[in-house]
Design a protein around this ligand. Structure first.
Ligand code: ADE
Ligand code: ZN
Length: 344
């Protein structure tokens, strides 16, 4: 689209909701709603340290990334059977389709499950069946396996080994969990091996951690996208590099708010990232824990920061151009985006 039409501010929320978009940063275990946690706990006979959904929800008062991760890993303990993983992913995919997500690249954390004795096959079987069935919903869904960075390089290698028999069911690998004290270079050799297997590479960097972690994710791990990356604005040379190389940043505004990366949404630096020419995108991260799926992230961030229709178009277009979809599919997504804006 050559010129994005001027859209009156009162029509912007409807356009944000209806425009086609890609979600590139969603941890499927972070889509597990309290109601489903309790239903799966009952189905599997797992005891939870909370009496009901309300008590669990009240525990979602986070002060930083680690305070969230402790509860997030506990919530995942109810997942045991392939059907549990299917049900979790299917619930997310239905929510995504309702938000006009047409492509989803979904993170999963196998080590959270294999450490409890759940087989890699169980995890990947349930998740990949849901992704396949998502075509009925109009969502193209793919999986990205994340290594937990608080665990060792050796454990990451063992996880890769366990996942390779299912190589055709995930498109890439990522790096998540506790960032501070676990720099990307801890996993240099694992990412080298993943690259040799033809996997796409991404990593969380610059969520709470310093710009140095973004540099090493790029230069040492050689990732194609940076997850979060919001700390990059502290380093002008890094901003220049991200802009010049067109490295997509998968930004998660409501996550940043809930984990106190920014004190208020009004202070979020999404506009600064876009103004600097970065390929920034909007994503939900862990929507069941952070109070909103894709459209809630768009609507609340635009309301708080005063972004307009030009930014909306740029963010949706970035989400397609930053995705790992085939070029022909990316072109089709952008055509649908253009049609949505032409009709606005
Ligand atoms: N795992 C799930 N959500 C995460 C986040 N926001 N940062 C790091 N690891 C995560
Ligand atoms: Zn994340």
């Amino acid at each position: 689209m050559n010129a994005v039409p001027d859209v009156p501010m009162e029509r912007l929320p409807a356009l944000l909701a209806a425009m086609p978009k890609a979600e590139l940063h969603i941890h499927i275990e972070g889509s597990l709603e309290p109601e489903l946690i309790f239903a799966l706990a009952q189905r599997n006979g797992v005891a939870l340290p909370y009496t009901d959904v309300e008590e669990l929800r009240r525990a979602y008062a986070f002060t930083n990334l680690q305070s969230f991760l402790d509860i997030y890993y506990a919530g995942a303990s109810v997942l045991l059977q392939p059907q549990d993983f299917y049900d979790m992913a299917w619930a997310y995919l239905q929510r995504a389709a309702a938000d006009h997500v047409v492509r989803a690249e979904i993170f999963f954390d196998p080590q959270t499950h294999t450490a409890r004795g759940v087989a890699m096959e169980t995890v990947i079987d349930g998740l990949s069946r849901a992704c396949r069935d998502a075509r009925q919903l109009g969502v193209d869904a793919e999986l990205i396996l994340c290594f937990l960075r608080h665990l060792s390089e050796e454990e990451a290698f063992a996880t890769l080994e366990q996942a390779l028999p299912f190589r055709d069911r995930f498109i890439g690998v990522g790096l998540d969990s506790s960032e501070l004290g676990h720099p990307p270079e801890k996993f240099t050799r694992v990412f080298d091996a993943c690259r040799r297997h033809g996997l796409h590479l991404v990593a969380h960097a610059g969520e709470e951690g310093p710009p140095a972690y973004v540099w090493s994710a790029l230069d040492v791990l050689k990732v194609e996208r940076i997850d979060h990356g919001v700390q990059s604005t502290k380093d002008p040379a890094l901003m220049k590099r991200l802009a010049q190389d067109g490295i997509p940043l998968t930004v998660c505004p409501l996550s940043n708010l809930k984990l106190c990366v920014f004190p208020q949404l009004e202070q979020h630096n999404l506009r600064e990232l876009l103004d600097a020419g970065l390929v920034a995108t909007v994503n939900s991260d862990d929507p069941a824990y952070f109070g909103g799926y894709m459209n809630a992230n768009f609507l609340q961030t635009f309301a708080a920061t005063g972004l307009d229709a030009h930014h909306a178009y740029r963010l949706a277009r970035n989400s397609f151009e930053g995705s790992f979809a085939e070029p022909a599919a990316r072109r089709r997504y952008v055509e649908r985006l253009d049609a949505a804006f032409a009709a606005a």
